[in-house]
Design a protein around this ligand. Structure first.
Ligand SMILES: C/C=C/C(=O)SCCNC(=O)CCNC(=O)[C@H](O)C(C)(C)COP(=O)(O)OP(=O)(O)OC[C@H]1O[C@@H](n2cnc3c(N)ncnc32)[C@H](O)[C@@H]1OP(=O)(O)O
Length: 159
């Protein structure tokens, strides 16, 4: 899969967090959902997404990434895409620019009956370096944290 198409990983959480790691069986019930379970998506931000001066990308773009990564998280924990009910916080910490490679992680932090509270973080891992030429770019090490949020996704009522 190319970066332009995006990529996804469901990662076991670091030791000590109490997380069980990747859940792959779509028949798992809410009782099997484990706090700390995390899914990460990564994708290239096309230049067609530049919205404001200086190739700045709108903040809603990052929220779109969070919706998609939350969708995969719910598929893996609940066997359903779920519906996003609310964000309780969103912080835009640094700009996202056209040409960035952005990584978005959703981490399950609270399991309700049907609600799933999720922490989100988006990081820029690669960025254009136009001073060296129109296609030049660098890997950011460490990545630049651009957006953090917390939100609630709701799984459907059992049939
Ligand atoms: C993965 C990403 C997907 C998307 O982006 S979808 C696009 C945007 N989202 C939507 O279009 C969704 C529109 N909203 C709805 O359809 C409904 O609105 C919901 C399905 C989200 C909830 O409706 P109902 O099922 O009737 O909710 P309840 O039975 O009152 O509560 C079920 C659980 O959900 C929690 N909850 C409901 N609303 C909120 C809220 N606004 N903020 C935080 N939590 C909420 C409750 O507390 C409870 O939780 P507990 O099951 O753990 O007891």
């Amino acid at each position: 899969m190319s970066l332009a198409e995006g990529s996804a990983t469901a990662e076991p959480v670091p030791a000590g967090s109490g997380a069980a790691g990747t859940v792959t069986d779509p028949s798992v019930t809410a009782g099997s959902v484990t706090e700390g379970f995390a899914v990460t998506h990564r994708r290239y931000v096309p230049h067609s997404h530049a919205h404001y001066g200086g190739a700045l990308v709108d903040g809603a773009y990052g929220l779109g990434l969070f919706g998609d990564v939350a969708t995969e998280l719910l598929i893996r924990t609940d066997g359903d895409e779920g519906l996003f009910a609310a964000y309780s916080s969103v912080e835009f910490l640094a700009p996202v620019l056209a040409g960035d490679v952005v990584e978005a992680t959703a981490t399950l932090v609270r399991v309700g009956t049907r609600s799933r509270e999720i922490d989100f973080e988006a990081r820029v891992v690669c960025r254009s370096a136009p001073d060296r030429g129109p296609s030049a770019a660098v890997v950011l090490d460490p990545p630049l944290v651009v957006t953090r949020a917390r939100g609630t996704v709701v799984a459907p009522k059992p049939a």
